[in-house]
Design a protein around this ligand. Structure first.
Ligand code: ADP
Ligand code: MG
Length: 250
């Protein structure tokens, strides 16, 4: 690779991993720059989730380099260390505290030294209040701040969870199919809010909804069989005959 590692937020080079002899990732190389969003597409079984598992330390690669912020070797760290470094991961199913307000959900997620006091009895400082207000604004939930999370729509719960990740102030956000099950207007709004988030941090997003990926307007990488099939704009990637044959045309 010709790219300098030290200008990258995420650097995967030749990453391979096998499960019982099956190669889920096969010399995968991917780069994400600071304040850049990368959309990953590709058929089921392509290795997209496995790639996220490698980045977050859930799975160890058999081979290859995985660097964060141009220098930190993620293959040497455990999941908690990696989260603390500033890598946040959003899974498909939202996991919010249903019986608490939207505001308190963000409070609970704020980066705080643990064990000093109970998070639930914690009073937000002025700086925290400003930060929570800003996060709720970003995830379009300001008007709902005093409602219980249980009363949010599925799409709004996804936004709340994104807000809870932002409360941890990650440098890199990994998002797996955020718009699955969302209404069209929620999907459109999600594209806008993720673009705003990617102005100040890196985002890697796995997605099947091509109209949503088009809305994002980001660089696209198509994976298949554990490796990169094509990269470029969505138009470039979706015009690629191999991508059509192996993914889009199915
Ligand atoms: P995608 O997210 O692109 O659909 P995955 O990363 O989930 O693909 O899976 C890639 C391949 O690796 C699949 O064939 C899957 O069955 C296999 N795989 C993923 N994780 C494991 C695991 N922990 N054990 C065994 N096989 C796995
Ligand atoms: Mg997956």
């Amino acid at each position: 690779m010709t790219i300098s590692k030290d200008q990258t937020m995420l650097y995967l080079n030749g990453v391979s991993v096998s499960f019982d002899g099956f190669r889920a990732l096969n010399a995968l190389s991917i780069i994400v720059h600071p304040n850049e969003m990368l959309a990953i597409i590709g058929p089921n079984g392509a290795g997209k989730t496995t790639m996220m598992d490698i980045i977050t330390g859930k799975t160890r690669p058999d081979d290859g380099e995985v660097l964060f912020d141009g220098r930190t070797d993620l293959t040497k760290l455990d999941e908690a260390d990696i989260a603390n470094l500033g890598i946040g991961r959003k899974f498909q199913k939202p996991t919010v505290f249903e019986s608490h307000t939207i505001w308190d959900n963000i409070v609970l997620a704020l980066k705080k030294p643990r064990g000093v006091f109970s998070a639930f009895s914690y009073m937000a400082s002025g700086a925290d209040t400003a930060r929570i207000t800003e996060i709720l604004d970003t995830v379009r939930l300001t008007k709902r701040k005093d409602d219980l999370a249980a009363n949010l729509s599925h799409g709004q719960k996804q936004w709340l969870e994104i807000g809870m990740l932002l409360a941890q102030d990650p440098k890199l956000l990994l998002v797996d199919e955020p718009v699955a099950g969302m209404t069209d207007s929620e999907t459109f709004e999600t594209a806008k809010l993720l673009k705003e988030i990617a102005l100040t941090r890196s985002v890697v997003l796995v997605e099947h909804d091509m109209s949503f990926v088009r809305e994002l307007g980001t660089r696209v990488t198509c994976l298949a069989e554990g490796t990169v099939l094509a990269e470029g704009t969505l138009d470039q990637v979706s015009a690629n005959p191999v991508v059509i044959e192996r993914y889009l045309g199915r």
